[in-house]
Ligand binder design. Structure first.
Ligand code: KG4
Ligand code: ZN
Length: 331
């Protein structure tokens, strides 16, 4: 079954074609250059840019997949969570295409998309497993008990970890989005140069990153000169503190729920240092980690298409006749 998938929840206009749980094309138009000067995503600008570029992305995705409109059997679209106006563009286009082509439209939770991005690699996660979603808006731990069945067992009490990467990056003058820039700077730095707090270590599965962010900013402010070496050491020490606590709590959740599989997904899962620390710590506890392939870590439409394919696999699933944007849709 050929599915056209659309994802417009934030600042990526993404369209993909998936078939038989394989990605035929995955096209992402990143709006970063338009938001960069503001230091973050401007919702109105994001909506306008989605509206301007979505038809081009659909054309590109169909072209790359060698697929025509008439061959499509379903449309998948992100319903939420995300920016309301941005989501509305994708949903309106998806509903229109569904009507014109007389094919079903499948709403997908963006977080299910991230979870199912881990099913795009060589090694498929087996249920039940523990899932750590780490992105610009989420730092959540789930006990995933079956397909589209999960229980949230912990989350951040304040900032999401991706947000902390973005804020520290901005403070260091590295730019936006911060994750990849911090990771790059950290490669030249010493992760033990400064010891930053691992917050709420003793509160089982809760996370907190605002204290870490403040401690890092205070350290930056205490220095009058920002040499390249200082910036790299701060980046490396911050990244170490953030990833260390993520690894510690996610693996603790695996032990508590007796799961030998840990799935890590969302934009921050693109971080190589996070992958290494989780792999190293996990090996000591015989816990296997599964990360999505790099291209599917940050927001993309292939993950929305693949989640829809898994939904359709269930014979008792029928696409809703009506659905609306849900900007704060929980899992
Ligand atoms: O999943 P995503 O693309 O969008 C949301 O759903 O939020 O995640 C974006 C977040 C941003 O905060 C970005 O800085 C972070 O993921 N990110 C990274 C890396 N690549 C993206 N954080 C750390 N290391 C990276 N390599
Ligand atoms: Zn996301």
């Amino acid at each position: 079954m050929k599915i056209l998938a659309i994802e417009t929840s934030c600042d990526e206009t993404a369209v993909a074609v998936v078939s038989a749980k394989k990605v035929l094309s995955n096209c992402v138009y990143s709006q970063i250059k338009h938001h960069k000067k503001y230091g973050g995503v401007v919702p109105e600008v994001a909506s306008r840019l989605h509206a301007e570029s979505i038809h081009l992305m659909i054309k590109e995705a169909l072209g790359k997949a060698g697929c025509s409109f008439n061959e499509l059997e379903a449309i998948a679209v992100t319903q939420g969570p995300g920016l309301e106006g941005a989501l509305l563009i994708g949903i309106t286009v998806a509903k229109t295409l569904g009507k014109v082509l007389s094919i079903p439209v499948i709403p997908v939770n963006h977080l299910h998309g991230h979870i199912y991005s881990a099913f795009l690699g060589d090694s498929l996660p087996a249920f039940p497993f523990i899932c750590l979603i780490v992105s610009g808006g989420h730092t959540h731990l789930y006990h995933v008990t079956g397909p589209f069945e999960s229980i949230c067992i912990g989350k951040t009490m304040d900032d999401a970890v991706g947000e902390a990467f973005d804020k520290v990056s901005r403070y260091l003058g590295l730019g936006y989005p911060g994750g990849p820039l911090i990771e790059k700077a950290a490669k030249e730095g010493d992760k033990t140069a400064y010891h930053f707090p691992r917050a709420v270590k003793h509160q089982e599965f809760a996370f907190s990153f605002s204290g870490l962010k403040t401690a890092v900013i205070q350290k930056i402010n205490s220095q009058t000169e920002r040499s390249e070496a200082f910036v790299s050491d701060i980046a490396a020490s911050f990244q170490y503190a953030a990833c260390d606590i993520l690894s510690y709590k996610a693996l603790l959740a695996c032990e508590t729920y007796q799961s030998n599989t840990l799935v890590v997904c969302g934009g921050v899962s693109a971080n190589q240092f996070l992958r290494e620390i989780i792999q190293e710590d996990g090996q000591k506890k015989s816990i296997k980690d599964i990360f999505p392939p790099f291209a599917y870590c940050t927001d993309n439409a292939a993950m929305i298409g693949i989640a829809a394919a898994y939904k359709l696999e269930n014979p008792s699933y029928s696409p809703p006749l009506r659905f609306e944007v849900k900007a704060s849709l929980p899992l």
